[in-house]
Design a protein around this ligand. Structure first.
Ligand code: FES
Length: 147
């Protein structure tokens, strides 16, 4: 059901923990399943993400996607980090079962929330970054209503 990469990142998650005095911190939850994720970013003066850590109170897919997402944003500029979408993370993990796709949204939203926090604190504008939601479940409902 899960790819080898998903199992690897679930069993040996990279970048678990927190960063003291992080440049940006983002927390999002999904009220439907009750899972919560927090991402910490350490960003240098050139806007490059030097370090990224996460803490997840969530399912295995949420752990694996956050682990991969933190690996993907490290070394990128804040602008490039926006391209690390949940799709990009899922591709890097060789896919997720359809019922677990929503879990990958937690990682994307938590990164956006941390970037937003950084941008606000440092008076920086990140082109294309939208104000994050604290609960991604609202989003899913909105989407569901459209169909
Ligand atoms: Fe909630 Fe996976 S079931 S994030």
């Amino acid at each position: 059901m899960y790819s080898e990469k998903v199992m690897d990142h679930f069993q040996n998650p990279r970048n678990v923990g927190e960063i003291e005095n992080a440049s940006g911190v983002g927390t999002v939850g999904n009220a439907k399943c009750g899972d919560i994720m927090r991402i910490y970013l350490d960003i240098d003066d050139n806007g490059v993400i030097q370090d990224c850590k996460f803490k997840t109170f969530g399912c295995g897919a949420a752990v694996a996607t956050s682990s991969m997402a933190t690996e993907l944003v490290k070394g990128k500029t804040v602008q490039e980090a926006l391209l690390v979408t949940n799709k990009a993370v899922m591709e890097a993990l060789d896919g997720l079962p359809p019922v677990k796709v929503h879990c990958s949204l937690l990682a994307e939203e938590a990164i956006h929330a941390a970037l937003w926090d950084y941008a606000e604190k440092h008076g920086v504008k990140i082109e294309g970054l939208k104000k994050p939601k604290s609960d991604i479940h609202e989003d899913e409902e909105e989407e569901a209503e459209e169909y």
